[in-house]
Design a protein around this ligand. Structure first.
Ligand code: FES
Length: 118
């Protein structure tokens, strides 16, 4: 698994979440209350809006474009889609935060999307 240096721990002194682009997709680094970090896709599964620009309520974020909701910690879409936000690998060396170039899980297939939304 290929890691790239994306951020520094000190970048999160005043913020909990930041968005970066990896392979043209938004990837978020999130600092949890216990001080640990994780990285996840933050491109909305509807039309790829950056979820870090959405309204946060605890771990739930509302997409700024059309309102889909996600739990950022579990990745679950709370709006009816069966496709989740996938985690990236993350490791910290000193002050540097490295994230895997690609998500840990494979790209969802057409069948993973479930029935169309109404
Ligand atoms: S882009 Fe997120 S709900 Fe449409």
């Amino acid at each position: 698994m290929e890691y790239v240096k994306l951020a520094r721990v000190q970048d999160f002194k005043k913020t909990r979440i930041k968005s970066y682009k990896l392979l043209a997709r938004p990837v978020g680094i999130i600092k949890q209350k216990d001080g640990t970090f994780f990285a996840t896709e933050v491109g909305c599964k509807h039309e790829n809006a950056d979820l870090t620009e959405g309204k946060m309520n605890g771990d739930v974020v509302i997409c700024p474009w059309h309102g889909w909701k996600y739990n950022l910690v579990t990745g679950e879409c709370l709006w009816g889609s069966t496709v989740c936000l996938r985690r990236h690998g993350l490791k910290i060396e000193g002050d540097d935060i490295y994230v895997t170039l690609r998500p840990l899980e494979p790209e969802p297939t057409f069948e993973d999307w479930g029935p169309p939304l109404k």
